[in-house]
Design a protein around this ligand. Structure first.
Ligand code: ZN
Length: 347
């Protein structure tokens, strides 16, 4: 079984939002809900990945209408509320590590990830999706970084003090508004100094080009697909894919049906063949060293052929049946992520 290193999951939000039970033991012992828990990760060959912390918008309507491809724009969230949610979910991450009896490790550099993987532990990267928890003076950034934060998505699909995220639109261009604010550019500079990875998934196109201009690190989209195959605002145009390759960056394939299907439908099924078409397209333009996986497990409706994390080996088998050799499959499943992390973190 080929181990998978994954660009994006939302299990911490799922656990934090649970109404009953103990989220830490539910994860460690396996609650069988959603896409991820520790026993299923081990069974599916999930070696590690980015664990996103996401502060929900106030009064967000539950995303109940499965076929709604153009939902109303999400409300913004305040800094204190976002910081509080971030501390809550980060605490879950650390308590999982504490109670996992050595099966789960929060990693702060590439060497720790390699060591964790070699020891059969799930390796987790502390990531925030949307920088709302960061104040404009970037003080909380210092503290979160010391606590182990190693990756930041500048925005989720809403505006914040640093930039603008794309609203979910289909069909639609990612060019949905203004670029980074001055605070956003300062955040990019500070993340470069601290060697915190910057994630452009959810960022609008002008913001993307601002990151490309101002950041000294490889450009990374942890969970986005090809706009040429699925014209969602959340996907990357060929020009964006090309510059990510030139920057020695990374694109993680998002498993969400709504970002895979040519008709953009969320609630309808998508096959493994569609995922392979996106991988082909991303590799054709960015190069095979700059593409990997970014499942969006526990954050999206995904193909039934995968089902949950235990279905990862079926995707790996499909890669092989599609003609990807073992070396290429290994790059897509983990090696490319390790390379970009080493390059970004400098160790
Ligand atoms: Zn996301």
């Amino acid at each position: 079984m080929l181990p998978v290193f994954d660009g994006h999951n939302d299990v911490l939000l799922r656990l934090w939002s649970k109404k009953a039970g103990d989220p830490v033991s539910d994860f460690i012992n396996g609650d069988g809900q959603g896409h991820l828990d520790l026993p299923r990760m081990i069974k599916g060959g999930f070696a590690g990945g980015f664990f996103a912390i996401f502060a929900p918008s106030p009064q967000d309507e539950e995303f109940n209408d499965d076929e709604e491809m153009n939902p109303p724009p999400a409300n913004q969230v305040g800094q204190i509320a976002a910081l509080s949610a971030t501390v809550g979910m980060a605490s879950l991450l650390f308590r999982i590590e504490e109670h996992s009896e050595g099966r789960f490790k929060v990693c702060r550099n590439a060497g720790e990830i390699r060591a964790a993987t070699a020891a059969g532990k799930v390796a987790a990267i502390f990531h925030i999706e949307g920088a709302e928890a960061i104040d404009k003076d970037l003080k909380s950034l210092d503290v979160l970084h010391k606590a182990g934060l190693r990756s930041i998505g500048l925005v989720w699909s809403r505006d914040n003090a640093f930039g603008s995220g794309v609203p979910f639109r289909f069909p639609g261009s990612p060019d949905t508004g203004a670029g980074l604010t001055e605070a956003g550019k300062a955040l990019v500079r500070r993340c470069n100094e601290l060697k915190i990875m910057l994630d452009v998934s959810h960022l609008n196109e002008k913001g993307f080009w601002d990151v490309a201009r101002h950041s000294t690190a490889p450009i990374v989209a942890t969970h986005s697909n090809a706009h040429a195959l699925c014209a969602s605002t959340r996907n990357l145009t060929d020009d964006q894919i090309r510059i990510i390759g030139h920057s020695k960056g990374m694109i993680g394939l998002n498993f969400a049906n709504g970002f895979l299907r040519a008709d953009g439908r969320w609630g309808s099924e998508s096959g493994l063949d569609t995922m392979l078409r996106h991988l082909d397209h991303l590799m054709k333009i960015a190069g095979e060293d700059h593409v990997g996986l970014g499942s969006d497990f526990d954050g999206a409706r995904i193909p039934a052929q995968i089902g949950d994390v235990t279905g990862l080996p079926r995707l790996v088998e499909a890669m092989s049946a599609h003609g990807y050799g073992e070396a290429l499959a290994k790059k897509l499943c983990s090696d490319n992520w390790m390379r970009v992390l080493e390059e970004t973190w400098g160790e």
